[in-house]
Design a protein around this ligand. Structure first.
Ligand code: UD1
Ligand code: UDP
Length: 359
């Protein structure tokens, strides 16, 4: 029996726009009745609008404009705003993607209205409850009716928490779809002048637990400078606004050889990743993309909810200590670059929409 009602796609941050883009495209291509609700969690041009432009997505039908705040402030404003739109639009199902406050609010608001919740990228676990994202993932998964697990690893996490196997579908990760749909175009993207260089390390850092702690942020910035010193390559760091704000609050400067830049659009970032010698990151999506693109990655965290990247040999967890980061970089530079992409065949969005049409 096909789904007859409307589908609401709820998103709010940079990675959600990127990872939902293949799903929105599939809904459009099949002429399924749907609308996009943007919470406005991200709102700066280079964290939001630029992705609608580079991914050629139409503007969302609704934007709540909630902006930044504490976890409670953001989530509370979103809950109120999302509930209103859902009561007005009466969708049969909503789709959320990932682990942000937008996902938590979307899943919670819909489940209380008895609207079916589909969670894209369900079942990821870092087993670290200090991460706000881990709380969001667990709550969202447990109120969802359809859990789109990207891999067998994520399916297993869900089963071990007692989630009904009939609700779980292993689909692959829509990030593979996004990479495949955009890579050719990305390789023609013009690089900003400061970032056009031959051999380089590409860095991103924005996790709350890394950048909101002055000692840790100082250590990480020192590590980036030491990577430059030891391996003779510039470290290009398109900096997330959260991290930019903390550097200035804590009076931490970028060391020699570390090139800070504004965040870049998706096509430019894909090209920068593809051509990087190595990626240093605490981002979830960047760990996956580096693995898909065949670029070695060192993750500046103690744990990861993307263990598949480590298992296939594409990624090493280095923590945040400069000495262990340096030795992980050395090891990854010496490792071969041949590994399997564990995140699927680039048809995840089609599979998700197939399932939506069936239920
Ligand atoms: C959020 C997600 C995180 C995700 C990240 C993707 C939560 C709990 N966190 O973190 O999981 O990895 O998005 O990038 O949902 N800011 C701007 N402009 C913007 C957005 C943010 O200047 O468009 C600045 C503001 O100072 C804000 C800070 O960044 O206070 C943090 O923004 P917020 O959305 O709360 O969390 P992120 O760190 O972006
Ligand atoms: N990204 C981008 N421009 C940048 C940095 C990252 O387009 O300057 C993309 C990147 O390709 C990936 C996504 O943003 O798809 C990752 O988002 P982020 O690191 O903010 O969040 P996370 O994945 O950790 O939730």
């Amino acid at each position: 029996m096909a789904m007859r009602g409307k589908i609401a796609v709820v998103l709010g941050t940079r990675p959600e726009i990127i990872k939902m883009s293949p799903v929105i495209r599939a809904l459009e291509a099949r002429h399924l009745d749907h609308f996009v609700l943007h919470t406005g969690q991200h709102y700066s041009y280079n964290m939001d609008r630029v992705f609608f432009e580079s991914l050629r997505l139409r503007s969302p039908e609704h934007n709540l404009g909630v902006g930044s705040g504490s976890h409670a402030e953001e989530t509370a404003k979103m809950l109120v705003g999302i509930e209103k739109i859902l009561m007005q639009e009466k969708p049969e199902a909503i789709l959320v993607e990932g682990d942000t406050n937008t996902v938590l609010a979307g899943a919670l608001a819909a489940s209380k209205l008895h609207i079916k919740v589909g969670h894209v990228e369900a079942g990821l676990r870092s087993f670290d409850m200090e991460m706000p994202e881990e709380v969001n993932r667990i709550v969202a998964d447990h109120v969802s009716d359809l859990l789109f697990a990207p891999t067998k690893v994520s399916e297993k996490n869900l089963l071990s928490e007692g989630i009904d196997p009939q609700k779980i579908h292993v689909t692959g990760n829509t990030i593979v779809d996004a990479v495949r749909q955009n890579l050719d175009l990305a390789m023609k993207a013009e690089l900003p002048p400061g970032l056009a260089t031959e051999r380089y390390v590409l860095a991103t850092l924005h996790r709350q637990e890394n950048v909101d702690d002055p000692a840790r942020l100082r250590g990480l910035m020192e590590a980036l400078a030491r990577v430059h010193e030891a391996f003779g390559m510039p470290v290009l760091y398109p900096i997330h606004p959260r991290a930019r704000k903390r550097l200035s609050e804590f009076g931490v400067r970028a060391g020699k050889g570390v090139v800070l830049a504004e965040p870049v659009d998706y096509l430019t970032f894909l090209r920068l990743q593809k051509e990087a010698t190595l990626v240093l990151t605490d981002s979830g999506g960047v760990q996956e993309e580096a693995c898909i693109l065949g670029v070695p990655c060192v993750t500046l965290r103690e744990n990861t909810e993307r263990p598949e990247t480590v298992e296939v040999g594409a990624n090493l967890l280095a923590g945040t200590d400069p000495a262990s980061i340096l030795s992980a970089v050395k090891e990854m530079l010496n490792r071969g670059k041949k590994w399997e992409n564990p995140f699927g065949d680039g048809m995840a969005a089609e599979r998700i929409v197939d399932i939506l049409e069936r239920v």
